[in-house]
Unconditional design. Structure first.
Length: 606
């Protein structure tokens, strides 16, 4: 019996019409530990974003544009229908469930209206929205206190047990006590005595601790409960190294078992608590609501955004220094890789997966390297058009000395996190590839040259990177930029640069990527990405203005550039950037690598 049929047996037993499997865990993580990959287990789709829904007679999976091609391939031959989000004609989950229920209820008047979802793995706001959507579409109801995976997933991985270690103060730049003081000060401004912190990277940042529970993200599974006078970390205490225990003791942070958080919320000592509905799970929010301070008084919940992401997003001086040092080491590895790449491809025998292994090995030679910051995207020619393509033994293709290789990769160093994309001409390219490559490069450069007011949102900046693409009738559906953690998650908020409205303001000290791209299905894809740091530019009677410092140190391939399409300012920026890359990396390279870099970074002329 297959997984879906086994699931449907349990659904009939529990009198359920459908089950929803989101891509989440109890911490609203972007990337989840294997223990919570239920959507992947039931559907076979491995992307980092998506929702699977199974009814008694049908199944569907919703995902975004990054995974349209990959999802279509992985779902082929299964019962799951692919639902392309943000595409005209694609129904919402609630709309689709209503249609499915209407069809079945015409045959069975006693058909249940209940839909199961694990409330411990969904944020309060997502469940509230789903309840409203279902109510508007036929009165379907949600059951949040059941996890059918517990019964069906017989070989389900355990919750990770990786050690938790301190992040040295020389890289963190601020001790734990200071961070807790700042957090409590921010809480008082919204009239909260304390807060429940569920986001794993927020907890790691606050406590200056790092772990390895989640692939590529140096975080550890835990909750942090802050009250007016105490703080408690809920974690499997066996994971804490002696140094981590000592650091927590010195900061006055208590520890308790990971599973004890629900009961602790019921016993919360203060009279109000901030619980971010976009972060805290529906199950834990319900536990908070059961806490009574007196016979007739319930704990007041402050539904406000957590103050921590905005604090974490602004990098202090030590974190900024760490980024710059990490980028030098990363740049050295990338130069060695790029010098090796084209001759290796010409010699034959290289594939998408082999070049990924080579780059990873070169990075691993660098001091303070801890591992990749995400799984490498190495997409050759048609695979480059799959936005979040990840080569497998089944899809791995040989590289030829022609066409484009899109290579998106990153590394975790103890002093910083890197994220870089380069699209590389392995040999002759077509006129179309040259034109698209140059238009993407223009957008990439325009964003980095921008001067803008302190406090502007990323949405206000986004059009600068897209203007030339839009003029040519081109567009991309993913964001143009995201924050990057300081030896933390490679995707960090709250700020983003994207078309969709994101109100989070940009301030000096924030890191953000610049990664426009164009993807032509079954042909090729182009993306170019650097990590930037917002810095002061000038202050006038109209306020403070910011500019970007480019942190990433790696040459941009100029062989596919149509120089006639570049403005004088764009050409100057490119030449200045390459001079900076050479000046900063050359002292760390041996003669052959330095000579290669010198030749590669020579000025582009009109």
């Amino acid at each position: 019996m297959n997984k879906i049929e086994s699931l449907r047996q349990e659904m009939r037993r529990e009198q359920l019409f459908a089950c929803i499997f989101p891509t989440t865990d109890p911490h609203n993580s972007e990337y989840t530990a294997d223990h919570w990959k239920g959507r992947e287990w039931i559907s076979g789709f491995t992307g980092s974003a998506g929702t699977a829904v199974v009814t008694l007679t049908a199944a569907a999976l919703w995902t975004d544009s990054r995974y349209f091609i990959a999802a279509a391939q992985q779902l082929e031959g299964t019962e799951f229908q692919l639902m392309r989000e943000r595409i005209d004609g694609t129904p919402t989950i609630a709309e689709w469930l209503h249609t499915q229920h209407s069809q079945l209820s015409s045959l069975n008047s006693k058909l249940s209206t209940e839909i199961a979802i694990d409330g411990s793995c969904c944020t309060t706001s997502s469940i509230d929205t789903l309840i409203q959507d279902l109510r508007q579409h036929g009165g379907l109801t949600l059951r949040t206190n059941i996890d059918l995976l517990q019964r069906l997933w017989t070989n389900r991985p355990a919750i990770p047990q990786a050690p938790v270690v301190p992040q040295p103060i020389e890289y963190a730049g601020e001790d734990v006590a200071s961070k807790l003081t700042r957090i409590r000060r921010a809480l008082r401004q919204v009239h909260a005595d304390g807060m429940l912190m569920a986001s794993l990277d927020d907890i790691a940042w606050t406590l200056n601790l790092r772990g390895a529970d989640v692939h590529c993200n140096p975080v550890f599974v835990s909750f942090l409960l802050i009250s007016s006078r105490s703080s408690t970390l809920f974690v499997d205490e066996r994971k804490l190294t002696p140094a981590a225990r000592q650091q927590l003791r010195e900061a006055g942070v208590d520890t308790a078992p990971y599973t004890a958080v629900k009961e602790a919320l019921r016993q919360y000592p203060d009279y109000n608590i901030l619980a971010d509905p976009d972060e805290v799970s529906y199950t834990l929010m319900q536990a908070i609501k059961t806490c009574r301070k007196t016979v007739n008084s319930q704990l007041l919940i402050v539904n406000s955004p957590s103050p921590v992401p905005a604090m974490k997003a602004v990098k202090n001086d030590a974190e900024q220094r760490g980024f710059r040092q990490a980028m030098i080491r990363d740049g050295v590895a990338l130069v060695r890789f790029l010098r090796w790449l084209k001759p290796a491809v010409e010699a034959g025998g290289q594939t998408e997966m082999s070049v990924d292994r080579k780059l990873t090995a070169l990075r691993a030679e660098q001091p303070l390297y801890q591992g990749p910051s995400f799984d490498t995207i190495a997409g050759y020619q048609t695979h480059g058009a799959i936005v979040h393509y990840e080569a497998t033994p089944e899809t791995d293709v040989p590289l030829k000395p022609e066409g484009l290789l899109l290579l998106d990769s990153g590394a975790q160093y103890i002093d910083g996190t890197t994220d870089i994309t380069r699209t590389i001409a392995l040999g002759p390219v077509t006129d179309e590839q040259r034109r698209i490559y140059t238009l993407v490069l223009k957008g990439h450069i325009q964003l980095q040259m921008l001067k803008f007011p302190d406090g502007a949102s990323g949405t206000q900046l986004d059009a600068v990177a897209r203007r030339g693409l839009w003029k040519s009738g081109l567009n991309f559906l993913h964001g143009t930029g995201h924050g990057v953690g300081s030896y933390l998650n490679v995707h960090e908020g709250p700020h983003q640069i994207r078309m969709e409205y994101r109100p989070a303001p940009l301030h000096a000290g924030m890191t953000v990527t610049d990664e426009p791209g164009i993807y032509l299905e079954d042909r090729f894809g182009v993306r170019i990405e650097n990590v930037l740091l917002a810095q002061p530019y000038m202050e006038t009677e109209f306020g403070r203005f910011l500019q970007f410092e480019t942190l990433t140190l790696c040459p941009i391939d100029t062989t596919p550039v149509d120089v006639t399409l570049l403005t004088d300012n764009e050409r100057t920026w490119l030449n200045d950037y390459h001079q900076m890359v050479y000046d900063r990396l050359a002292p760390h390279l041996d003669d052959p690598d330095r000579q290669w870099l010198y030749a590669t970074t020579r000025p582009v002329t009109a």
